[in-house]
Design a protein around this ligand. Structure first.
Ligand SMILES: [Zn+2]
Length: 205
């Protein structure tokens, strides 16, 4: 079985805090009315839909998409279902899961069940992020457009990004049960940026 866990990019896509400036803009720059071919220009915030964050997003002069190693993104992943949580993914929750060094973890939360932006989206708490950092995981993904929310100083992003842990945001995991899958994550090949949109699929093992 193949699961496409990527958001669809269109005019209606949910964007962070419903900020209209973050909506993608599609413009038909060539049409059959004025030309022989049809072409669309797309203005896209790089944090639109399913995407990866790199250190530069939170750390001045931080590393960019150039650090990307595809071998780390085509990997086994452990999906943990925490869709019963209403606030953050906290330390007590992550402690209960079998997490080992080198794991790539995806959290399925209530966010996967909403196609509109949730002001109270579930996020990864700072203490849980620090625990995952200490476990030396390889990467972590979540189904919200942010991996944290309203945490002064962005401790979750920093605990992960400053330690080379990959962050994926904006996953769609409604159809995916808690289990281990093979992930194929292919970010767009854009140089020297702080985030890249990605198409991501999971395959049954
Ligand atoms: Zn982002």
């Amino acid at each position: 079985m193949l699961y496409d866990v990527s958001m669809t990019i269109n005019n209606e896509i949910q964007v962070y805090k419903n900020n209209p400036n973050k909506k993608p803009k599609f413009v038909a720059v060539s049409t059959f009315e004025n030309n022989q071919v049809y072409e669309t220009e797309l203005t896209l915030n790089l944090h639109t839909g399913t995407h990866l964050d790199y250190p530069l997003h939170m750390v001045k002069n931080g590393a960019t998409s150039d650090v990307e190693e595809l071998e780390k993104l085509i990997t086994d992943v452990k999906v943990f279902d925490v869709s019963y949580l209403t606030e953050s993914i906290d330390l007590n929750t992550v402690r209960k899961f079998p997490i080992e060094e080198g794991d790539f973890i995806l959290f399925k939360t209530k966010n996967s069940y909403s196609e509109t932006f949730l002001d109270d989206f579930t996020f990864l708490g700072a203490d849980a992020a620090k625990y995952l950092k200490d476990k030396r995981i390889k990467g972590v993904g979540i189904d919200g457009l942010g991996i944290e929310r309203s945490q002064a100083g962005h401790p979750t992003h920093k605990a992960l990004l400053e330690n080379g842990i990959i962050i994926i945001e904006g996953l769609r995991l409604k159809e995916v049960k808690q289990n281990t899958y093979k992930m194929i994550c292919l970010p767009l090949k854009i140089e020297k940026v702080e985030a890249t949109p990605a198409r991501i699929i999971l395959l049954d093992k």
